[in-house]
Ligand binder design. Structure first.
Ligand SMILES: Cc1cc2nc3c(=O)[nH]c(=O)nc-3n(C[C@H](O)[C@H](O)[C@H](O)COP(=O)(O)OP(=O)(O)OC[C@H]3O[C@@H](n4cnc5c(N)ncnc54)[C@H](O)[C@@H]3O)c2cc1C
Length: 542
């Protein structure tokens, strides 16, 4: 018997059955960056992501966390991780939709843009499984430092078949890759790595040492940094050797993490572990950086995706929830908050897709785009990833107390939000990397300036900010000012993109607040007169 004390009213319906890709900022950028041909597939993926079943996969993969199995019942070491079936469903969609390595085997111009848009869309369902998906995408350019290894493994890394389980790589229909750089004594400063690599008579190496973070340890292949006789070197470590026997990859623990809980992050030990050198001895950082650059791109896309996922929940809630005599979405102050979040999210989306376009054109031989991407990815990695926790926190508050409760999905988005800024170059390290790139590759600054100059004359506030940036870059004490400089570079770049491509209301609100200084210290402080109606309408989930 139920005690009927009240009716349930004024609670929004679940946001389900919508198309995650019905996002004007995303679809316009997709066409602009040369992948308009992918729109139908993107909407198909977006609709799949909006279904209740996909949402359930995301929820279950996080509630039923991966479990480490060190030994089998007889006491043999197995070092495997057991995932909930929903994790495998998510992975299967991601790989079969081409979000892992497939873009590298796709000759169509715009393939990397289409893939980034897919990652942005599908990442809204669940962010944790994007980690191995992203590393599998990112490993390809680094592996190409060794033609024989690339020849053997690239066709499987670019496959659209998700084939889980530890078996000899050559016997599988698709492979996944991870990376092992970080050790206990130093992550950012990989020169402090102590894992050793000893040459063997057959041309392979034997690794001995440990890694403090190695995510997705059920991947088939890993790029690992270790100290060879001539210095820090990049190695390929398969979990299963070509003859079908297990390589030594002893998983000591899985991390008990703030978020990213569907994904396993491990502490492996290597002992007589067989490894193949990738690139020259002593050039490990130079080799693996080609992987890191691509995972950084995905950090930007992933952060934009996390913002969008939170924003649509906030807009949906405000549309269906009333307080003080009317829907929240009609309240001027709530409109300011939602519009401000929408502007931030659109700026992140436009930038992420612009970077994917630069990668796409770069791999097809456009040197200026390659130079632009080298600098702009690092700038965006610092800035967009830093914005994600702020955006998600504010979107969560739009749901009031409901947003603080697990069922709403916002707590998961909130726990996941800081991660993109930490891994693959934490904030300070990322900002310092930008300074290094400016110093070493003046061509990349020229490409960055050309991108901003393409918007010159369209908005006075943007022009003034661009001029101010030039002064900052020539200033003294650059290291302590790195965050200021890189943050400014990012908003100038975002402003230039929005002024050229976004509706006037978006570009104007961005330039007034982010560049013109007419803004407060929290979201919801756009100046009076900002076109909040147009901004919210554009952000509305379909
Ligand atoms: C969930 C998760 C999964 C991960 N998965 C992987 C993985 O699969 N493979 C892998 O190799 N690593 C992985 N990592 C590790 C991650 O890449 C590192 O944690 C990160 O690079 C930072 O390194 P660190 O933890 O050693 O911190 P540190 O390098 O000690 O840095 C600590 C802080 O100091 C700052 N700092 C460092 N140097 C300077 C400086 N010169 N000036 C100013 N500030 C500075 C940093 O920005 C940071 O804020 C993972 C981490 C997490 C949280």
């Amino acid at each position: 018997m139920s005690a009927s004390t009240h009716e349930v009213v004024n609670q929004p319906p679940p946001l389900v059955g919508h198309d995650l890709a019905a996002d004007a900022a995303l679809v316009e950028a997709l066409g602009r960056e040369g992948a308009g041909w992918a729109a139908d597939d993107l909407h198909r993926l977006g609709k799949l992501g909006g279904e209740a079943e996909a949402q359930r996969w995301g929820d279950e993969a996080n509630r039923h966390e991966p479990r480490l199995l060190t030994h089998d019942r007889y006491g043999h070491r197995v070092d495997e991780v057991d995932f909930h079936p929903s994790w495998h469903r998510l992975m299967d969609v991601a790989v079969s939709e081409g979000l892992a390595g497939a873009a590298w085997a796709d000759p169509r111009p715009g393939a990397h843009v289409a893939r980034a848009a897919g990652l942005f869309t599908w990442g809204q369902v669940e962010a944790g499984h994007i980690c191995p998906v992203s590393m599998t995408y990112a490993v390809v350019p680094a592996l190409r430092h060794d033609a024989a290894l690339a020849g053997a493994y690239e066709p499987l890394l670019t496959s659209r078949v998700y084939d889980p389980g530890l078996r000899a790589p050559g016997t599988k229909r698709g492979l996944l890759a991870g990376m092992g750089m970080t050790e206990k004594q130093g992550g950012s400063d990989v020169r402090a790595n102590s894992t050793t690599a000893t040459p063997a008579a057959d041309g392979t190496y034997r690794l001995r040492g440990h890694k403090w973070f190695t995510s997705a340890p059920m991947c088939d292949l890993f790029l690992v940094l270790a100290q060879a006789p001539a210095g820090l070197t990049c190695f390929l470590v398969p979990r299963v050797l070509p003859d079908g026997s297990r390589n030594t990859f002893r998983i000591q623990r899985l991390k008990d993490k703030l978020g990213n809980r569907s994904n396993a992050s491990s502490e492996p030990e290597f002992d007589e572990t067989v490894a193949w050198r990738v690139g020259d001895e002593g050039r490990g950082v130079r080799t693996i950086i080609d992987m890191v650059a691509m995972t950084r791109l995905d950090c930007v896309t992933g952060s934009a995706s996390g913002m969008r996922a939170a924003l649509v929940q906030a807009v949906h809630h405000a549309r269906h929830r009333s307080a003080f005599g009317g829907p929240l979405i009609a309240k001027p102050l709530m409109r300011n908050v939602l519009a401000d979040l929408a502007v931030e999210t659109e700026a992140a989306t436009a930038l992420a897709l612009r970077l994917a376009g630069a990668v796409d054109r770069g791999v097809r031989g456009d040197a200026a785009e390659r130079a632009f991407g080298r600098l702009a990815i690092a700038v965006a990695k610092f800035w967009v990833c830093k914005r994600q926790p702020a955006v998600v926190g504010e979107a969560l508050e739009c749901l009031g107390g409901n947003g603080y409760v697990e069922d709403s999905g916002l707590p998961r988005l909130y726990r996941d939000a800081p991660l993109n800024s930490i891994w693959e170059g934490s904030g300070n390290v990322q900002a310092l990397d930008v300074l290094r790139t400016l110093q070493r590759e003046p061509g990349s600054l020229a490409a960055f300036r050309a991108e901003v100059a393409a918007a010159a004359g369209a908005d006075r506030r943007l022009d003034e900010a661009a001029a101010g940036l030039a002064t900052m870059l020539s200033g003294a004490d650059l290291e302590s000012q790195a965050r200021r400089i890189v943050g400014r570079m990012a908003v100038v770049l975002q402003g230039a993109l929005l002024v050229r491509h976004a509706p006037a209301a978006v570009a104007d609100a961005f330039c007034a607040s982010r560049l013109g200084g007419d803004w407060g210290h929290t979201f919801g402080t756009l100046p009076s007169g900002a076109g909040t109606a147009a901004l919210i309408e554009r952000a509305m989930p379909a």
